[in-house]
Design a protein around this ligand. Sequence first.
Ligand code: 13P
Ligand code: SF4
Length: 349
Amino acid sequence: MLDMPAIRDDLKTVYDLAPNPELAASMQAEYARMSRVVSPVDWAIHAPYVAAINALKRERNAAILAHNYMTPEIFHGIADVVGDSLQLAVEATRTEADVIVQCGVHFMAETSKILNPSKTVLMPDMAAGCSLAESITPEGIAQMRARYPGAPVVSYVNTTAAVKAASDICCTSSNAVQIIRALDAETIIMTPDQYLAQNVAAQVPEKRIVWWEGSCIVHEQYTAQDIRDFRDWNPGTRIIAHPECPPDVVAEADFSGSTKGILDYVSAERPQRAMLVTECSMASNISDAHPEVEFIGPCNMCPYMKKITLEKVLWSLHTMTTQIEVEAEIAEKARLAVQRMIDLSAAKA
Ligand code: 13P
Ligand code: SF4
């Protein structure tokens, strides 16, 4: 576990990290992208970290890959690439930086390392896990294979490298339907997200999909009754749900898609009011780009994603820790499963 008081003391000896309204005022380009959701007072607190991280990034030839669930000061202040799980995996194969800092959760950093074995991949907090990734092991995959002999295994990217290595192909929430449709098999095993599997099964009725019983602790909290109550309270609101939500929640929504799919839908439809049935930062991060949309509704936070902070990113780049390592044999097998997914998604795009 990171010793934050000690880290804070060490950082103070090298960087001037005190709140700085003058510095904040000189960084209007960055602030303009988040001014609807980050107050000037908070920006004066974040600006010294953002300036220090961006300078260190240039010094180290580092690129920051940030998931759509990062807080706005990370998403808009320091990221070089932002996106959903698929976009981050694809961008990890394209970056020319020597160092990748993963602002997201551990499985994302592992995916970047698997795709870029020669690069340094840094994880600002190794405790940033994922309830889905923790729900299944390679033994679980073996059990499913024994139960459904001959059925291919499609594992969500929200899995460890070892689970990816034991799978035939990966998927993300943005390409799961494509991947399932493309597989030449009647029965397909999907792990570890039972709800993603059930939502995909509803769209691909010609296949028999069987699943592992994992779930996301953020999306499983929503219920269909919540959505109905919300509609009654706020008629006319466009309800947009992530496919990690239970199927009856998705059925109540106007649209369901990955975090990129959600952004694309909002950009195309520009509803007057929208409720994003997903992690809390998603709405914050797209709010400034869509001033015409009023984002309302619940705010469930992912405790893992929220472990990543500006302070930890600065520490990570300053000390070049923690470097992600994946055992070569596992990395090679996992890379095949991820690369198959990337190739199939590109072919179908
Ligand atoms: P996407 O960004 O791929 O939609 O995934 C959401 C998620 O929960 C990642 O952990
Ligand atoms: Fe995992 Fe859910 Fe958090 Fe995404 S939101 S990292 S699926 S626990």
